[in-house]
Every structure is written in structure tokens, then in C-alpha cells.
Design a protein around this ligand. Sequence first.
Ligand SMILES: C[C@H](O)[C@H](O)[C@H]1CNC2=NC(N)=NC(=O)C2=N1
Length: 113
Amino acid sequence: MTVLSQSSCEACRIGAPKVDEAEARELLTQIPDWSLIEVEGIQQLQRQYKFKNFVAAMDFANQLADIAEAEGHHPGILVEWGKATVTWWSHSIKGLHRNDFVMAAKTDALLDK
Ligand SMILES: C[C@H](O)[C@H](O)[C@H]1CNC2=NC(N)=NC(=O)C2=N1
């Protein structure tokens, strides 16, 4: 199996294939702390990270912004005191593309730095 955190995003345009349920289940084994959620009919990946204070959460969000820009794929980020909630989905296909699983794994990998 390819290591998601070491993969890159591929071009994702309208009409690109959504990840099906079997594939989602397999990919989730590499990002076990993420939840599959559905918001207004759109499947998304979500994880909440805990930090020691607001500045640490904000610093994490800024590091995530850098990798999002580098990959051309962008998350939802909610920063609060001591936590950051990150949500990944592909706007262009209104659902989950493999890119979202790649980015979730890269988000986790930020914690190892
Ligand atoms: C033109 C640009 O590449 C696109 O709008 C990208 C930007 N970042 C994106 N991020 C996410 N999460 N989904 C998208 O469909 C998306 N599209």
C-alpha cells in the first residue's frame, strides 16, 4: 500500500472519481484518528488536535496552510484555544478524493516535526 503521507495530490477536477466506501475504509487504516462525517450531503474527513494554548494551535494551523498551498489543496480549519479542528474534502467533486486522505496523513505528520 502506498504511504499516504509521502504521496502528493493529483489534479482533482469536476468529474474526478470520489473514493468509494471500500477504498475509504482501507485508506482510513493509515489515518485512524480521523472521522468520516457528512455535512449537507458532502462526505468529509475531520480530526480535532489538542494543543497547550491558542498560539500553539495557531502555529499548527499556519504550518498546515503552508502544506495546503504547496499541494494546492485546502482544508477547513477552526482554531480555538487549545485546539484545532481540521476538515478535508474536495470542493470540486463535493466529496472525498484520494487527495483528502493524502492531506489528512500529511496533517498528522506535522505533529512529528
Ligand atoms: C484552482 C484551484 O486549484 C482549485 O480551486 C483547488 C484549490 N484547493 C482546493 N481544495 C480543496 N479542498 N478542494 C478543491 O476542490 C480545491 N480546489
